[in-house]
Design a protein around this ligand. Structure first.
Ligand code: PLP
Length: 368
């Protein structure tokens, strides 16, 4: 029997996730698998938790990667904090906050939305007005909207509910590692990200963190968490219990990879990583600008997620296909209302370096 593995092409990943994975991360993932109750596995888990607290800027005890992609992080936050009938406010200005609405609604939450225009950052005043009208158990926002290329003002939104009993839930699947995230300072109670974006690890883990207030809310639930696999109290017993209690078999090779990727990030330094993402965003915007492309977002543009409107006569989807076929480079198309109108380019993790940006610029030029 032969596999297809040898025929898979090597593609430069310049979509907004997954991003290129550093060779030392791929190497780490090839370390022989350990059992999930092995003392060395526990040592690795302790180290991972410390790294995640540093990257998320939090002292939250309950900080660990959920097994699954970013969407598992989203499900875990909502399923643990929301019970039927709970009032939840979700601010929407893109595809991923709309997914939050779907997830919370399926749990029976009474969901209200503050709808903000796509492509511009959320206006905190609009959210503040709604919070004055009604009391909510939970306020949820997406930090980096991957569908529009906007970074939302999480600190200002958190300030609206700080000191109140409204919990603050933040999705930074596309932000963590590439732009600043301050879980404690910004008053975030429930937080999740994804391994495959600015953390440059393959998809499969959703780093998450929960404040004491969030854990307290879970402890006071009237009903059982309706999803056993994502029940944070049970998972916590595995990450922190004394003794640790088996919950599900740890995806240990993913832990190896994330551990190495977080070490790469912390060795570089968070501020240096943010500055690198900003500088590479600038390099891309200038390079594509010279070829007639304009940035879709005029205010609050995320350095790590870039949407470009092609020059007249250039079809966004045709360009995307040619980049993949002729140059072995992946960029993404528009989502939702932006389908066919833009190309989305990630400047994420290992993709936020001069060599991949310049390779993409040369390829786009060749396609025009
Ligand atoms: N939230 C945001 C902002 C995202 O960009 C994504 C994925 O692109 C998700 C959630 C879902 O993550 P995943 O596709 O890893 O499940």
């Amino acid at each position: 029997m032969t596999t297809v593995l040898g025929s898979l092409e090597q593609v430069l990943l310049m979509a907004p996730g997954p991003s290129p994975v550093a060779p030392n991360v791929l190497k780490a993932m090839g370390i022989p698998t350990l059992g999930h109750m092995d003392p060395d596995c526990f040592k690795l888990m302790d180290a991972l938790q410390e790294q995640l607290r540093a990257v998320c800027k939090t002292r939250n005890a309950v900080t660990f990667p959920i097994s699954g992609t970013g969407s598992a992080g989203m499900e875990a936050c909502f399923v643990n904090l929301v019970e039927p009938g709970d009032a939840v406010l979700i601010v929407t200005n893109g595809v991923f906050c709309s997914r939050m609405v779907e997830v919370a609604s399926r749990l029976g939450a009474a969901v209200d939305t503050v709808e903000c225009p796509w492509g511009t950052p959320i206006r905190p005043e609009a959210v503040e007005a709604q919070l004055r009208r009604k009391h909510y158990k939970l306020l949820a926002v997406v930090h980096a909207e991957t569908s529009t290329g906007v970074n939302n003002p999480v600190a200002a939104l958190g300030a609206l509910v700080k000191g109140s009993d409204t919990l603050f839930l933040v999705d930074s699947v596309a932000g963590l590692g590439g732009v600043d995230v301050r879980v404690d300072e910004w008053g975030i109670d429930a937080f999740y990200s994804g391994s495959q974006k600015c953390l440059s690890t393959p998809p499969g883990l959703a780093p998450a963190s929960f404040s004491d207030a969030a854990m307290d809310a879970m402890a006071k639930r009237r009903t059982k968490v309706p999803n056993w696999y994502l029940d944070v109290a049970l998972i916590r017993n595995y990450w922190e219990g004394s003794p640790r209690v088996y919950h599900h078999t740890a995806p240990i090779n993913m832990y190896y990879g994330l551990h190495q990727a977080l070490d790469n990030l912390l060795t570089e330094g968070l501020e240096a990583s943010f500055a690198r993402h900003q500088a590479m965003h600038q390099r891309l915007v200038e390079g594509l600008g010279a070829l007639g492309f304009s940035l879709y977002v005029k205010e609050g543009a995320a350095p790590q997620v870039n949407l470009f409107v092609p020059p007249a006569g250039v079809d966004a989807n045709a360009l995307r296909l040619r980049l993949r076929q002729e140059h072995k480079i992946e960029v993404a198309g528009g989502l939702g209302a932006l389908a066919g109108k833009v190309v989305r380019v990630g400047v994420m993790g290992e993709g936020a370096r001069p060599e991949p940006i310049d390779r993409l610029l040369a390829a786009v030029k060749a396609c025009l």
